[in-house]
Design a protein around this ligand. Structure first.
Ligand code: KMH
Ligand code: ZN
Length: 306
């Protein structure tokens, strides 16, 4: 297969507006970003939403809907909605988007971890908004909760709404969690994994670790499709490693604000263009959204509730 799925994670809940003027925060900015990503060869946009005035990540269902409807009107990109949300978002709020929009794809974080961002707070010289510094510094004492009960409840809701989960794997033990969920029939095949490397609290970003994760997953899970994303400067190298290993790749400002050393990306689409170019050098082509739907076994844009 020489087709690869390129995802862009448009804004996330890690970076804050003071870190880059290009981080999209309003619905309009997020819509434009999704369309640009689609034009650059992205098949999937991973969507979080934020308060348009302050940029604080939230789970506002009307903003999700506004983005979903307008992006669908303008292009056929697959929308993958977060069920991770912002740090500290109540668990029941995080999954609402799956039942409201009945999307094709949502994230499903495959275990709990220390999700630490306090070490990046020091990089910011001047804060634009009051919430940013305590939000980041508070993560020294933060656990991102994804218990077996939460995973089961989320999966029940995701499948009941015809959506598919993209399993976010931050460390090796999470493969074990997923193997258990599959064995118990709580998780269903086909399986799509997103290996997330380089979060403080998760597995470090290295090629050895990526090979180890894929190998462990093959032994424990068998058949699956996988994609790779990595924090900061590791983004493009780890994505390239994934392409060589037969995987897909996720870029975007959620994971890295830069397009090359010291150069802020003006859009996630710049990062998509970069990894698509590298893929081209490797003889690989971007899958269209419809090709990605087939590869991942998604229900199709005509079956969503937006
Ligand atoms: N919000 C982060 C804690 C996801 O989208 O599901 C994790 C995250 C993963 O962004
Ligand atoms: Zn996310």
């Amino acid at each position: 297969m020489n087709k690869r799925i390129f995802t862009a994670a448009l804004t996330g809940a890690i970076h804050t507006p003071s870190m880059s003027p290009y981080l999209p925060v309003t619905p309009e900015q997020l819509i434009e970003e999704a369309v640009r990503v689609s034009e650059a060869g992205g098949a999937i946009a991973h969507v979080h939403v934020r308060d348009p005035r302050t940029g604080l990540p939230n789970a506002d269902q009307s903003i999700y809907r506004q983005i979903a409807e307008e992006v669908k009107r303008r292009c056929d990109i697959i929308l993958c909605f977060t069920t991770g949300g912002k740090l500290g978002e109540p668990v029941e709020n995080r999954v609402r988007v799956a039942s409201n929009l009945k999307p094709e794809l949502t994230s499903l974080n495959a275990g709990s971890l220390n999700f630490a961002l306090f070490h990046i707070a020091g990089q910011v010289q001047e804060w634009k908004h009051e919430w940013e510094k305590p939000y980041l510094e508070g993560t020294e004492d933060f656990i991102f909760p994804n218990t077996f009960k939460t995973m089961r409840q989320y999966l029940e809701i995701i499948y009941a709404n015809g959506a598919r989960p993209e399993f976010e794997i931050y460390d090796t033990g999470m493969i074990n969690n997923l193997a258990f969920l599959l064995q118990k029939g709580i998780a269903e095949r086909p399986v799509y994994l997103q290996f997330v490397l380089g979060i403080l609290g998760g597995i470090p970003a290295s090629l050895e670790n990526l090979v180890f994760l894929v190998d462990t997953a093959r032994k424990q899970i068998g058949e699956f499709q996988f994609s790779v994303c990595a924090a900061g400067r590791h983004q493009i190298p780890m994505c390239t490693g994934s392409l060589i290993m037969g995987g897909h790749a996720r870029v975007g400002l959620e994971d890295s604000l830069y397009v090359s050393k010291g150069v802020l990306a003006k859009s996630s689409a710049e990062q998509v263009a970069k990894i698509v170019k590298i893929a081209g050098e490797l003889g690989l082509e971007p899958a269209t959204p419809d090709e990605a739907r087939k590869i991942l076994g998604l229900k199709g844009i005509e079956h969503v509730n937006f």
